[in-house]
Design a protein around this ligand. Structure first.
Ligand code: NAP
Length: 314
């Protein structure tokens, strides 16, 4: 899936260094894609951990300080922060620099960042489809993007050269790259990532509300399926709040369809329509096989026992 990369950036500035930013730092260093890596993070603790881990050469409090002299700038904070950060770094971006991001939503992100991209600076929005439910710089690992997709959503301020350079960068980290319209990205991700997280948050919340009735049984018997939802529902609350606030239309559209289908299942159960249930469950089983065949999951039962429990969060 990966191929030899030809581009090497002089200085990469990561704005925010949590799970995704720190995984990029590790992978880019391991694959020798950049010469110098700096980051900015608002809290002292995050800067200290990033420096102690040895994944960055310098850590700044202000994003504006990190981007000085950088030829690759990657926004790796929750998507709701992008507009303010783009405004802050604008006067410090150097001609020829390439700005990108890793946000899980794309249309709002493009609208938030693009107005602050100066003449002579390239902007190509991006989204690596890889993640875990963990947060912070210590949670990252260099292999996170291996054999995963990275979606780029080029816009008005993207040049062909910028798209190619960024594609090369992600391929260098082991990903496959696909270009997509931002609006289409948001619809696809609404059903493949955002709704699954919403369902997980909801089911775990409902179970929590039931705790008075069932006491510790929810935890004790969680291996029955509930446990698999709890992993998604443990994902970062700030990141996911921002995803839902910034992908409102697509999520509501998909949620409408989801609710209709749920009502159909409810009806089938109520009327004892076993054929309808069987047909539906057979269809979904085939989807799981397709995901395994596409190399996006392994068939082994893992039961949460592996070291890096990877999901395809979004
Ligand atoms: P994370 O581990 O929680 O790290 C977030 C980083 O952003 C930290 O450095 C944090 O700084 C900083 N930050 C948080 N709030 C901020 C604010 N208001 N202003 C400035 N900086 C702030 O998150 P992550 O999982 O790496 O996610 C980062 C981005 O990647 C998000 O846009 C998300 O949509 C996208 N993404 C996530 C996944 C996933 O599965 N996690 C997958 C693909 C894409 P402090 O530590 O100093 O607070």
């Amino acid at each position: 899936m990966s191929k030899e990369t030809t581009v090497k950036f002089k200085k990469m500035a990561l704005i925010g260094i949590g799970l995704i930013g720190s995984s990029i730092a590790r992978a880019a260093r391991q694959k020798n894609l950049v010469s110098e890596i700096v980051c900015s993070a608002r809290t002292h603790d995050t800067r200290r951990v990033a420096l102690e881990l040895g994944i960055v050469d310098h850590a700044y409090e202000r994003a504006a300080d990190a981007v000085a002299g950088a030829d690759l700038i990657i926004l790796c904070t929750p998507v709701g922060t992008y507009g303010a950060l783009a405004k802050e770094i604008q006067p410090h971006l150097e001609p020829g620099a390439l700005v990108t991001d890793v946000g899980s939503v794309k249309q709002m992100v493009v609208e938030a960042i693009e107005p602050f991209i100066p003449e002579g600076v390239d902007f190509v929005a991006g989204h690596p489809i890889a993640g875990t439910e963990k947060s912070g710089p210590a949670a990252g690992f260099a292999e996170l993007f291996e054999k995963r997709w990275c979606i780029l959503t080029p816009s008005e301020k993207s040049t062909e050269a910028g798209i190619e350079k960024l594609s090369d960068f992600w391929r260098g980290m082991g990903s496959s790259v696909e270009n997509m319209d931002a609006k289409h990205h948001d619809l696809v991700l609404a059903i493949t990532s955002h709704i699954p997280h919403l369902v997980a948050y909801n089911i775990v919340g409902t179970a929590d509300d039931l705790q008075e009735v069932t006491q510790s049984e929810v935890i004790k018997y969680s291996a029955g399926g509930f446990r698999d939802f709890t992993r998604l529902a443990a994902s970062d609350p700030t990141m996911w709040r921002d995803v839902f606030l910034n992908n409102k239309d697509a999520v509501l559209e998909m949620l409408g369809r989801f609710s209709e289908d749920l009502t159909a299942l409810q009806r089938a159960i109520r009327w004892g329509d076993g054929d309808a249930l069987f047909q539906m469950f057979s269809r979904t089983r085939a989807i799981r096989r397709q995901i395994i065949d596409a190399g996006q999951e392994t068939a082994e039962a893992d039961f949460g026992r592996t070291a890096h429990v990877e999901d395809q969060s979004d």
